[in-house]
Structures are given as structure tokens and as C-alpha cells.
Design a protein around this ligand. Structure first.
Ligand code: PA5
Length: 415
């Protein structure tokens, strides 16, 4: 079985639309990304230059956590948790003896966090707190609540041995506390932003705790990095296609997946593209739908509604498990595998939507393996960064997110 992603753009540009970015513009964007001179592009060469010593330390810390606890709570928001949740949801096998992994600090709900405290009662705990700035409200609130729980359970000294911190090398309150309390810690590199940090300690530590083969994931990313250098690399062609679709009035991209295990990967994609491209009044609005579930709700709109969108299908060719449908299901379905019926849905939906003129991009994912996941991460990061450059925005900042944070602080100060 080939382990390489396969991009199909043959149904992406219908009618008179053509690729609007010239080869020269695309080359310029690529050169800029690979120049090593642009801010926040540390992730570009990461798969070739991974710090082996650090990787060893991450894997050792993960092994220690696996022995120390029954439950690991990963505290972080946005780029500080979505990549890990995406990988764990896509790849973690149900029968592994790894600690259960929960996420906290990705919302400000008292109900969510109270219920989490209930769930973990009486279980051996560790925390992994992740924040590049070290000052994000959501993660700070959740960390203080869960740290209190740890202090009550183990006392301050033992609690410190159960807290793992991933943050800036020097700046921020979390770094100060980490140094003061002696937590095991890892650094988020200065030149890698939150949503591009899955392949740093930010993603790798929780992913390794979940028992997922991290070296295989990094190898997958390296393969995608190698492939992305080609003149007509898929990531470049995807970027050029997306920008052309935007220029032709398609302002919404819908990520569609038929394997529920990809739910958080689609969330990660929404963050990656939404935060990277949506600025200066520009960008494609990223949305995600789970099929065939959402065909019975949003399917109507896609088939018949306002055609302001294009679809990007994430098609897993060999899902991890399968079932054969029994005789009682009737002639058309009996004896078939569920995955074969799911594949028929993929093809049927593409045919139906193509017939109404929806541009469709299809990405075949050979299997839900760490190697494929590593490729997916690097592939989409590259496509996203190049799309941003072609669209004339900085794909690595998020000024809009900063505004809400400061407005929320004002509200808190005024009450
Ligand atoms: O991609 C980003 O930069 C953001 O989504 C951040 O990851 C998110 O806002 C969390 O920030 P921090 O890691 O500083 O707590």
C-alpha cells in the first residue's frame, strides 16, 4: 500500500475558471517560504533539522507520564492543543494501555471543567500545560483550577513532579513558574507560531503519551517536506487552486470527512486556515462537515443552496476497522463492507455536487497512520502559508485574536 497522499484537482476548477496565480508568483511565494528569512517559518525546515536530543527527551518524558498516571490533562487553547487532539483522535487505538487524555483550558465553561474534575476523581493525574505566551486567559484559569486539585491530592512538592510545561524559553508567567517550581519543561521555538507547532513538543509530548509512533509521524512530515520542493508540488498547486477559487467568488471552503476520527483534524484545519488567511478583509472562510451525518442536514444546502463554496474532501482509503453488513439489511447492502458503502457515499456525493457545479478538491489519505498524519500536517501547513502569501496577507500573525483578548480584559477590569 502506498503511504503517500494523493491530491486530485481535476474537479476543482469548473467552467471558464483557470488558475489565476502565475507560475512566477507561485515560485516567488515558495522562495519566500523556504528562504529561511521570513518570520515564523521555523516549521518549514523542522522535519530536516529536528533536534534528536530534544526528541529523545520528549519520548522519555512521555514514558514517565505513562507510568506516573492514569489520566493526563492537556491544558491549552488554539494551536496549543488542537494538533495534539487531532492526532490523538485520528490515531489512538482503543486498546492501548496509555493514560486517558483529556483537554482543558480550550474553553471558559465552568460546567465543562466541573464535569472534568468529577470524571478524574480518585485517578492518578498528570498535567501538561501548554502556552507560548504563558498569559492566555483560558489556559491560565484551567491550569490554576487543576493545579489546585493536584496540590490537594499530592501536596505541592509531588504535584510539581506531575506538571509538564511547554512554553517560551524565557518570557511569560508560565516560564517563570516553571523555573521556580522545577517542572519538566520543553520550549516552543520563537520562530514557530501556535497553529504551526504540532510537530514541536507542543504536539509531540501529548501524542507520544497516547502511544502514537512519533518518529513515524516525523518521517511522514519529512516526506511531505521533500515532496513540497518539487516545481509542481501538490501543496503549491492546492494553494494556487484555492486562491483562484476565491478570486472566482468562492469564499467558503468546506472540509468534508467520512471518518469521525478526523473530526479534530478538521477543527485543526479550520484554525490553521481561518487564523492564517482571515485578515485585511481577505480570506476563505473554512468550515467542516462530517459525512454522511451532515448530508442529512447540510446536504440540502450543498446541493441546492447559494453556491459560494467549494469542497475539500478528506478521503481515507483504508480505514482502520471494518464490518460486514448482515443479510437482514436487504439485497443492495447485505454482504458488503461498511467501508465500501462509505466509499460509495464519497463517490455519490462528489458526482451529485459536481453535477450542480460545485468545485471539488479531493485528497486521498492512504490510511490513518502516524506517517500519513505527519504528511497531512506538513502538506496543509505549506498549502496554507503559500495561499496566504499569494493572497497578500501574513499567514503567521493573528491580530484579530489579540483584540478579543484585550477587550475581555477590559470587561473583567470594569466589573
Ligand atoms: O495559532 C496561534 O498562535 C493561536 O491559536 C495560539 O496558539 C492560541 O491563541 C494560544 O496561545 P498561547 O499558546 O500563547 O496560550
Amino acid at each position: 500500500m502506498s503511504e503517500t497522499l494523493k491530491l486530485d484537482l481535476s474537479r476543482s476548477l469548473l467552467g471558464p475558471q483557470t488558475i489565476t496565480a502565475s507560475q512566477a508568483e507561485l515560485e516567488a511565494a515558495k522562495n519566500r517560504l523556504w528562504s529561511g528569512k521570513e518570520p515564523f517559518t521555523g516549521w518549514v525546515n523542522l522535519p530536516f533539522a529536528y533536534d534528536k536530543m530534544e526528541l529523545k527527551e520528549i519520548l522519555a518524558a512521555a514514558e514517565k507520564i505513562r507510568k506516573q498516571c492514569e489520566v493526563l490533562i492537556v491544558i491549552g487553547i488554539g494551536g496549543s492543543y488542537l494538533g495534539a487532539q487531532a492526532a490523538i483522535s485520528a490515531l489512538k487505538a482503543g486498546n492501548d494501555s496509555a493514560p486517558e487524555i483529556y483537554f482543558a483550558g480550550q474553553n471558559l465553561s465552568g460546567t465543562y471543567h466541573k464535569e472534568l474534575l468529577e470524571k478524574i476523581k480518585g485517578r492518578e493525574l498528570c498535567l501538561c500545560v501548554i502556552s507560548k505566551s504563558g498569559t492566555t486567559t483560558e489556559s491560565s484559569v484551567a491550569f490554576s483550577i487543576l493545579k489546585d486539585e493536584l496540590y490537594r491530592k499530592y501536596g505541592r512538592e509531588e504535584a510539581a513532579k506531575r506538571i509538564y510545561a511547554i512554553t517560551d524559553a524565557e518570557k511569560g508567567i508560565l516560564r517563570e513558574e516553571t523555573n521556580r517550581e522545577g517542572y519538566v519543561s520543553f520550549v516552543i521555538p520563537d520562530d514557530i507560531g501556535g497553529r504551526y507547532s504540532v510537530l514541536t513538543a507542543v504536539g509531540l509530548l501529548p501524542i507520544a503519551v497516547a502511544g502514537i509512533d512519533v518518529p513515524a509521524m516525523l518521517k511522514g512530515a519529512e516526506c511531505a517536506a521533500e515532496a513540497s520542493k518539487d516545481e509542481k508540488a501538490d501543496a503549491s498547486m492546492l494553494a494556487a487552486t484555492r486562491v483562484s477559487l476565491l478570486n472566482s467568488g468562492k469564499t467558503i471552503e468546506i472540509y468534508e470527512y467520512y471518518e469521525p476520527k478526523l473530526q479534530y483534524f478538521a477543527e485543526w484545519l479550520k484554525q490553521l486556515f481561518g487564523e492564517s488567511e482571515g485578515k485585511d478583509g481577505k480570506g476563505i472562510f473554512p468550515a467542516a462537515l462530517q459525512f454522511s451525518t451532515d448530508l442529512h442536514s447540510m446536504g440540502q444546502f450543498l446541493q441546492d443552496g447559494n453556491q459560494i463554496f467549494f469542497e475539500t474532501v478528506l478521503n481515507v482509503l483504508n480505514p482502520p476497522e471494518d464490518l460486514i453488513v448482515p443479510e437482514s439489511a436487504g439485497e443492495l447492502l447485505a454482504g458488503r463492507s461498511m467501508n465500501a458503502i462509505n466509499q460509495a457515499a464519497v463517490e455519490g456525493v462528489i458526482a451529485a455536487h459536481e453535477a450542480t457545479g460545485v468545485p471539488i478538491i479531493k485528497l486521498d489519505i492512504p490510511a490513518l497512520t502516524p506517517h500519513c498524519f505527519g504528511q497531512l500536517v506538513y502538506f496543509f501547513e505549506t498549502a496554507c502559508a503559500l495561499s496566504g502569501y499569494l493572497n497578500g496577507v501574513n499567514p503567521f500573525d493573528q491580530p484579530g485574536v489579540e483584540s478579543y483578548k484585550s477587550e475581555m480584559r477590559k470587561v473583567l477590569q470594569s466589573k
